[in-house]
Write a protein that binds this ligand. Sequence first.
Ligand code: SAM
Ligand code: DTB
Ligand code: SF4
Length: 324
Amino acid sequence: MIRSAPSPESQVSVESVRELLGRGLLDLVFAAAQVHREHHDPKRVQCSQLLSIKTGGCPEDCKYCSQSAHYSTPVEREPLLDPEQVMQAAREAKAKGADRFCMGAAWREVKAGPDFDAVLAMVRGVKSLGLETCATLGMLDGHQAERLKEAGLDYYNHNLDTGRSYYSEVISTRSYDDRLRTLAAVREAGMKVCCGGILGLGEGRSDRAELLYELAKMDPPPESVPINELVKVEGTPLAGAGELDWSEVLRCVAAARILMPTSVIRLSAGRRELSEEAQALCFLAGANSIFMGEELLTTPNPAPESDAALMGKLGLLPVGEESR
Ligand code: SAM
Ligand code: DTB
Ligand code: SF4
């Protein structure tokens, strides 16, 4: 029986995370499921809907991304949507059962001006519908974080993407410490932090341990931890990345649950590549959030009907839905 997983109070070390990730898979899943049941209602799944509010043409060179201007991908550039279009999408998402609405912009960083003012209006509008609000807009400074908080932003998503040692293989235009500075500004402004990474970028298990270590040692850890599996996009340098076995995703979900017992762990991009069975094991091991809806930002997500069927089979309920 696994009892020696690092407790949140104890100092987590990268070695202890490597050891955790390398445990027998079923022992790891069993231990994570126990932690999950101590801290969460295992029937409930938080459901976020994404919308790309400004698409493509991004100056960053993230090697996985359909929206980077450095690569030729099938994604067409689109200017910032207007707040009424965003409100309409948010109303539809709410009607379909989402409890949080997340707005993503292909920006390197937020700049003061009419576009940022429009984003603040979007946040106010979505919040007024009674949805939780989340945005991912690139780097922020402290003042911008405060303005987002004042507008009613609940969560800011900014991912570390991978471990510190592998990071420079994936992105060269912004540093790991830049990301940590943005996360500190979000925290300082009193917003909740949504921060995770991507699996399947060609990294090894040790790099995944470094990522989980960086997340778990934040004080406090992120309230929301998205675990994305790479969605391969034609034209990006990582379009031909090797397949990641489902069991590695499961290991990361289980380890994240043990290392961050009270955080919500989101089985994020890449669910189309996971079988129902693999997703079921991830929910058992502590995943308790998903992106719902046909589309993520620029790539497809599982069809709502197939998600509803899976939730039904597993006895899972969206957080916004009355219990049956
Ligand atoms: N431009 C902003 C930024 O990077 O901070 C916000 C949008 S960006 C698309 C948000 C996150 O989505 C990235 O940090 C990355 O973790 C994830 N992501 C982007 N493309 C992905 C892909 N093809 N597969 C999986 N995750 C992806
Ligand atoms: C996160 O961790 N995953 C979401 C959200 N944060 C913004 C993004 C996934 C993007 C998947 C690729 C796409 O649709 O462009
Ligand atoms: Fe730009 Fe974000 Fe894509 Fe990186 S992940 S290229 S920052 S949109």
